[in-house]
Write a protein that binds this ligand. Sequence first.
Ligand SMILES: [Fe+2]
Length: 190
Amino acid sequence: MSAVPSLAVSQRPARHDSDGLLEPGLRTALLRRLHTDHTTSSRDYLAAARRLLEELVADRRIVAGLELQRREGGYARNLLAGDERVGIWAMVWAPGAVTCIHDHHCSCCFGVVGGTVDEIWYRAVSETHAVAEAEHARGPGYVACMLPSGPNLHRMENRSAGDAISIHIYGYDHNRQGSSVHREYLALEN
Ligand SMILES: [Fe+2]
């Protein structure tokens, strides 16, 4: 397995490029790691995405040199590298940031670089409502991968006093679709 190339030296101040904030050579190298013989809904792809993500979250330098967007009280998405098949995103979670309850139309891998993000898992009881089933605090180094076939119904939240940063790898074309979310749900008290 090849290592993540030149993470320590290849960063530049943020450019707002439609294909990602990382410099082109690094973008190409990272995306190549995700190009398997199978679709981005395959276990083969998912294993490759997990390996890459484990390396990316283990080294904070991948995001330390970038001027990531941050949104007070919410979360901000920063595309690091993307093509027609996959996108690698850095997410900055300010204190109080919370997503809707959602599932995904594509494969979804995420890992925590710094800080803590809470992940609340839900079970759908209809096409519109879901009940909470479990909560987990995800800290630095944590990595998870999900297929669109599920289970992948969750909500993310930063309940801590400081920012958190996570990296996400999604199997969709960022130029064609606005996000990885398939459907949003409302919480049903259990
Ligand atoms: Fe999600």
